[in-house]
Design a protein around this ligand. Structure first.
Ligand SMILES: Cc1cc2nc3c(=O)[nH]c(=O)nc-3n(C[C@H](O)[C@H](O)[C@H](O)COP(=O)(O)OP(=O)(O)OC[C@H]3O[C@@H](n4cnc5c(N)ncnc54)[C@H](O)[C@@H]3O)c2cc1C
Length: 462
């Protein structure tokens, strides 16, 4: 008699934990199949460190086959599910279609970049939701600094040294904080940084000089790259504790990052960004971190949704389909600690929901008992680069080096693999300059903002 089969769609925080829990609980009694476009679990919270050259990309990519025994990995992207027939279709990385039958199904397809209908943004901005975008950004920053150094046109050079990050949630704040340090470290490696632009016969445009003097007056150093962090909200990290916002704002301000709250983008062009207050900021870099929305597969499934996420009960079951479960960013999980609300889209919830889903799936095969999902938020960590961070583990507000140690220790403990490699990169980064080498393998057109698969780089179709 053939074994029953559980299929998990998506190997992110929720899917990975569910597969691990099932593998340990069922020990081969039921077939576990994990469908994911990549053969690794991506530890997203450390992605800003990949984009800023602190960590090499494979450090945050944990092998699925290498860490999930008794789990069959099927490389592919699911593009249709027949719930009545209990079958799903997928496309593998070489474009071939496949089908899988299931007895139980867990949907953990996560989320993609959120778009806003602002002219020019889809064409000129890049998101920050997957590895290809992080690799693109790392090279892009490098390239802009190098092109600025080589340019004889002062205005063009200034635009290339200007980086605009939109969205001051944890992703945008970390991208701006790490990005600024990375760009400065690269700029310092160019001779014009030491000898000044005047020696090369170039003048800074007057508004740039003013900007530099203002920053210089603030932190006593001349600033060579310009970073802006915009948000329509009145403070950075608007969704987190105010004390974290204050710490993050202070760190960014000291580094010369221009934080503009209550500000949005009106239009983006190839030459720069028009803000809603009428200012035009010349730049070649618009980094879009305004948030995420559930993976587009969700809306094609015909299941009930809330705020675009699959409706489930507190046991993570889809109503009317007892064999189907969903959790993580893609699901509207009732938050039993805040009645009437659904859990936020965070790794903290996705990890725990994945474990609960694994336990409840095992229980449906007679191993253990089902439990409802309930989790009190344990606080948040925001790594601000260097030895700075803002954190409130268990609601205790921390800042500075202590917060940084706690944040890094938390990430190491939370990663399901690659810990020694991550530690080694952190140690190297503490003593060596960042590598100014752009490989140019991910081009602008292969990481469009509007993508249903930010986890894979787009390839040309013939
Ligand atoms: C840069 C960044 C930093 C973050 N930092 C933090 C942080 O510090 N703390 C925190 O709590 N949260 C953080 N988050 C949020 C957190 O990463 C998400 O809430 C979490 O990843 C959600 O987990 P998930 O399993 O639902 O989805 P994901 O982790 O996104 O996983 C979804 C998986 O499904 C796969 N998939 C998608 N579509 C399909 C399909 N059709 N077929 C098959 N597979 C598919 C994807 O490839 C992916 O592997 C961060 C997010 C980002 C982008």
């Amino acid at each position: 008699m053939s074994r029953s089969r559980i299929v998990i769609v998506g190997a992110g925080f929720a899917g990975y934990q569910a597969a691990r829990t099932l593998s340990r609980t069922l020990r081969g009694a039921v077939e576990i199949v994990l469908v994911n476009p990549n053969d690794y679990f991506l530890y997203l919270p450390l992605l800003p460190e990949v984009a800023s050259g602190v960590l090499e990309p494979r450090r945050v990519s944990v092998s699925l086959a290498g860490t999930l025994p008794r789990v069959r990995l099927v490389l592919g992207e699911v593009d249709g599910i027949d719930f009545d027939q209990r079958r799903l279709q997928y496309v593998d990385p070489e474009g071939r279609s496949g089908e899988l039958a299931y007895d139980r199904l867990l949907l953990t397809v996560g989320s993609v970049n959120k778009l806003l209908p602002i002219p020019g943004v889809a064409e000129h901005a890049h998101g920050f939701r997957g590895m290809p975008e992080a690799l693109y950004l790392r090279d892009h920053i490098n390239r802009q600094i190098a092109l600025a150094a080589a340019s004889e046109d002062a205005e063009e050079a200034a635009a290339r040294r200007t980086f605009v990050v939109v969205g001051a949630g944890y992703t945008g704040t970390e991208v701006a904080a790490h990005g600024q340090m990375f760009a400065e470290s690269l700029a310092r490696q160019h001779s014009w940084y030491e000898h000044g632009r005047q020696e090369h016969g170039r003048q800074e445009p007057p508004d740039e000089r003013e900007g530099h003097e203002a920053a210089g007056a603030r932190d006593g150093k001349e600033r060579r790259t310009r970073w802006m962090l915009l948000d329509i909200a009145p403070r950075v990290l608007p969704e987190l504790d105010e004390r974290l916002s204050e710490t993050a704002h202070e760190v960014l301000d000291k580094r010369g990052v221009e934080v503009r709250t209550g500000t949005s983008v009106k239009e983006a062009t190839s030459e720069g960004v028009l803000l809603d207050n009428g200012d035009f900021v010349p730049t070649r870099s618009l980094i879009w971190c305004v948030g995420v929305r559930p993976d587009p597969l969700v809306k094609d499934l015909g299941l009930e949704t809330q705020q675009g996420r699959i409706v489930v009960d507190e046991y993570l079951r889809v109503p009317g389909r007892p064999e189907v479960m969903a959790c993580g960013d893609a699901a509207a999980v009732p938050d039993l600690t805040r009645p009437g609300e659904i859990t936020p889209m965070t790794a903290q919830h996705a990890v725990r929901q994945g474990k609960t889903a694994g336990r409840n799936l095992a229980a449906s095969f007679g191993k253990g008992a089902s439990r409802p999902y309930k989790h009190h938020d344990l606080g948040f960590m925001v790594d601000l680069g260097g030895v700075k961070a803002a954190a409130n583990p268990l609601r205790v507000p921390l800042s500075g080096p202590l917060a940084n140690v706690v944040t890094r220790a938390y990430h190491l403990a939370a990663m399901p693999g690659n810990r020694v490699r991550v530690l080694a990169d952190w140690a190297l980064d503490a003593v060596l300059p960042r590598q100014a080498a752009q490989l140019g393998l991910v081009r602008s057109w292969s990481v469009p903002l509007e993508s249903s698969s930010p986890e894979v780089a787009r390839v040309p179709t013939h």
